[in-house]
Design a protein around this ligand. Sequence first.
Ligand SMILES: [Zn+2]
Length: 379
Amino acid sequence: MNPHFSFELQATDPVSGARAGRLSTPHGSIETPTFMPVGTRASVKALTRMQLLSLDAQILLSNAYHLFLRPGGELVAEAGGLHGFMSWPRPLLTDCGGFQIFSLKDTMRLDDEGVSFRSILDGSSHRWTPESNMKLQQQLGADILMQLDVCVSHRAELPEVELAMQRSAAWARRCRVSQDNPRQALFAIVQGGMHTSLRLENIARLQEIESSSSPFEGYALGGYSVGEPHEVMLESMAAITGALPPDRPRYLMGLGNPTSMLASINLGMDMFDSVLPTRTARLGTAFSSEGRLNLRNARFARDFSPLDPLCGCSTCQHHSRAYLRHLIQSREINAAVLLSEHNVHYLLDLTRKARAAILAGNYQDFLKDWYDSAASADY
Ligand SMILES: [Zn+2]
């Protein structure tokens, strides 16, 4: 196993698969379960590094596709990697950018060797292979790199999903072979849509790769939270988590709504990311103990109570719903800042509480209280 990374399982819920763990990286450790705020272009929208540090975000996520287009991997490497460029002292993860490329559809061409695409910025042509993507992510210098994978729509037919899974698995091998910097961890991505047999085959192929080269430091689940119903996702996940190696962190990609996150933790997921808290904040919406609040609503115009009376974040300590609504209506930048701070705090705090409950051995009670609360309507 890589000496720069280790994952210690600290507690497992006896009833479900919920786990509490600690992932050590060269930039510090990450206590799981955890939520990772997304800074797609090396910046979490509307939040400064000081705010993210005071929110105690343990790890941030960035995106290799967007950084490849601008400012480019070489420039970031010259700045000392993303840690130096963003001035972020804690762990970082870069997503490979596959999801973004495969969303381009018309301007993307895929074959067994790699993928060709045009820049959304200037139309220039580019080609990525698993090897060139690893080189890019090595230049970006995050602690955790994601393999280049092949993503398909959740509406894709079985043959297309199967081909994508086969290519993803073949690319996982090529990424594993070319990612040889021990100070960077490589996470494999399991694809296969909602087809249990494909997902299980993908996991088996990843384990074959490990036996002939070196282990993946973590396993991610891709292709969930892409528009399928919450129950369908959970059912699919429940059927495959038992096949994942228990001694590796498990990252559910792109999921950030509170109820789905807690249900996924119950199935043994450890890491989450989503643009949901910052995107909804910019739209004037806040997570809360009363469910999601749309502050544009006129009923908040004279509501001088805190945004969420049960929240300990700085926004809720100082500002009323009426004030926040006024900022949104007046298109003040601070509306996005204050709501983003609250929403990111909300998810970080929720995963911290989930972790504490797992460590205390009462995650099932915690989950029951959640489902009994008004907040659980939100997914
Ligand atoms: Zn708050």
